[in-house]
Every structure is written in structure tokens, then in C-alpha cells.
Design a protein around this ligand. Sequence first.
Ligand SMILES: *C/C=C(C)/C=C/C=C(C)/C=C/C1=C(C)CCCC1(C)C
Length: 256
Amino acid sequence: MRKLGLLALAAVAFLGITSSANAATALLQTNDFVGISFWLVSMGMIATTVFFFAERGTVAASWRTSLTVAGLVTGVAFVHYMYMREVWVSTGDSPTVYRYIDWLITVPLQMIEFYLILAAVRKVPTSIFWKLLIGSLVMLIGGYLGEAGYIQPFVGFVIGMAGWIYILFEIFSGEAGTMAAKAGNKAMATAFSAMRIIVTIGWAIYPLGYIFGYLTGGVDANALNVIYNLADFINKIAFGLVIWAAAMQNTRLSSR
Ligand SMILES: *C/C=C(C)/C=C/C=C(C)/C=C/C1=C(C)CCCC1(C)C
């Protein structure tokens, strides 16, 4: 099982290396700070992916799926970043709409994490899983249709915001939030509230980018990409690390 995991990781890394070798004609300029930020985030993503899969075997069994999913989030983002940074380096642009391809997979996976960390310490109804999943799909599909021009940008924004607000309600005062408060597991509760802060503050960057990019007169593409890259770094890597920390703490407690 572990060998298989390592083999999969090697394949992902190889994919990364070969795809960057193909881009040999366009080199990263030393003063291209946006390009450098794409590279930094790519490397951060692959490093945390390897870390989560390597750590998976060391935590208590009930926490393993959470770490697997955390590794999938950064792993998918890594592959996607390899592509986005290649496009950036060769064209000097990175269409925001590309980011939705990654979000469509990673955001629902992150929503599932709320369910998984609850399920690691207590019995939880699967309705939590479905509610968060549907909320994230409404948010992303609304945003995509608006950004890609299928519907009015403002309408897309309103639909997207509705999905996000629903998620926030659910994790603060809905079923998920109530269960986390009542679970009586300190490490899990700490992780749950840190993840909640990320989903509130860290995620706010994306609708702000949408407002500045599509609803006001437009925004500097360089600044927007750096901001999105930084946001992804926090929202994917830190998000996973918070889960890992809770898993470690619970593992130590249960082996005592
Ligand atoms: C790793 C990537 C993450 C966590 C991406 C998150 C994306 C969002 C929270 C996007 C939110 C949006 C709204 C709340 C309304 C407008 C449309 C979106 C999709 C930009």
C-alpha cells in the first residue's frame, strides 16, 4: 500500500518534470515575480503532497482518510499549477477561468474534510457531507458561468456568494458547526475552527478578485495572480497542515 503511494507520487513528480522540460523555449525571467510566485506555490504544493502521504501511515487509523484528502488537494493543485505557470511563463497571462478547473476538484474535497474530521471523532450524519458539497458546487458553478461570460457577471457573483454564505452558515451555526462544538475533542475543535477561519478570511480573497476583475473597471493581472497564488498557498497548504496537526495530537492521546 505504501509502495503504491510512493509510486504514484513519483509519477506525479515525473509529470511535473517532463512538462516543465517541454517548456524549454520559454524560460522564467529573473525579474518575473508573478512567474516566481507560480513556481514557489508549485513547489510548496508538491512538498506538502509528499508530506501528507508520508505522514498518513503514522496517524491513528480514523484520521488517515483526512490526510489522504489533504494530499489529494495539494496534489491536484500541484499538477494544475505546473500548467498555469507554463502558460504564464510563455504568454505572460493566466486566465482566471483556468483556476476553476482546479477549484472544481479541490474545493469540494476541502468541504469533505469538515465531514471527515468530524467523522474521525464521532458519529456524524452524511447530510453534512452533502450540504457542504452542494454549497461549494453552487458557489463555483455560479462564479464560472459569470466569469466565462455565459451569464451576467453580476448574476454569477450573486449565485456564487449565495453558495459561500450557505457554507459559512453550515460550518458556523448549522449542523456541522453544532456537531463540532459538541464533539468534546479539543484537537479536532481547534482544527475545525482554524479551518473555519480559513474558509471565511482566506476564501474572501476570491470573491474580492471577482469584484475587482469583473464588476469594477478591471484589475492589474500581475497583482491579481500574485494574490490568488498567495491565497492558494494559505487555503490549501495551511488548511491541510491544520488537519495534520489535529491528527497528530489525537494519535498521541490515543497511544498514551
Ligand atoms: C484552493 C482553492 C480555493 C480554496 C478556492 C476557493 C474559491 C472561492 C471561495 C470562490 C468564491 C467565489 C464567490 C464566493 C463568489 C463569486 C465567485 C467565486 C467563485 C470567485
